[in-house]
Design a protein around this ligand. Structure first.
Ligand SMILES: [Zn+2]
Length: 200
């Protein structure tokens, strides 16, 4: 995972220093494209970015952590991924588009975070599904203890405890055990919203 802070890549004028190594300049160029693409995400002028991995033809997914304001990106083909902090005010931030906060999807995401934080009752017993599912015996005691983040491309991120450790996973990778509970209903409603948003 590439964890990058844009202020480390750019000089006081917002440019990549000329004496920076070639790899750093190339990465900075890619990250500026990601920032540009994110700030256009909900405009009518979406910009696709091709993956930089050799021979990979993936198109990069771009979204933001609503709580921490970092831009996350990943390639669905080769799984290269990263997150970018201190991206505001860089040359990649597209000033020609409306502020991302005014996008309807972003406002709705905020509403969902507040609703789920207030209405979910923790701890919540869950079973891991999909890619993260380990053998059943290893996941008997999984509980969600709290919400830690909301990233547009991953959805709600929650903290899990299993008695041995603490982990973080997207809630879309978890299935709530008690299907009659209000928790189950709330999460289903949230996932409906989130999958619809991601299809746009
Ligand atoms: Zn790729």
């Amino acid at each position: 995972m590439y964890i990058t802070n844009m202020s480390h890549f750019l000089d006081d004028e917002g440019k990549t220093p000329r004496n920076a190594p070639k790899e750093a300049r190339e990465l900075a160029g890619f990250l500026l494209l990601v920032i540009d693409s994110y700030t256009r995400k909900y405009s009518g002028d979406k910009q696709e970015i091709r993956c930089f991995t050799k021979n990979c033809r993936g198109v990069i997914n771009v979204g933001r952590s609503i709580l921490y304001d970092e831009i996350h990106w990943n390639c669905p083909e080769c799984n290269v991924c990263g997150k970018i902090s201190e991206w505001r005010g860089t040359a990649g931030e597209n000033s020609g588009t409306p502020p991302i906060e005014s996008a309807e999807n972003v406002k709705n995401a905020f509403t969902w975070i507040h609703k789920l934080t207030e209405e979910l009752e923790f701890p919540i017993s869950v079973i891991p599904v999909g890619l993260i599912a380990p053998e059943e015996s290893k996941s008997e005691n999984w509980v969600i203890t709290r919400i830690t983040d909301y990233v547009e491309i991953y959805g709600l991120i929650v903290e899990i405890e299993d008695g041995k450790g603490i982990y973080q996973f997207p809630i879309a990778e978890l299935s709530i055990k008690d299907e009659q509970s209000m928790n189950y209903k709330l999460v289903e409603e949230f996932l409906d919203f989130w999958f619809t948003m991601n299809d746009q």
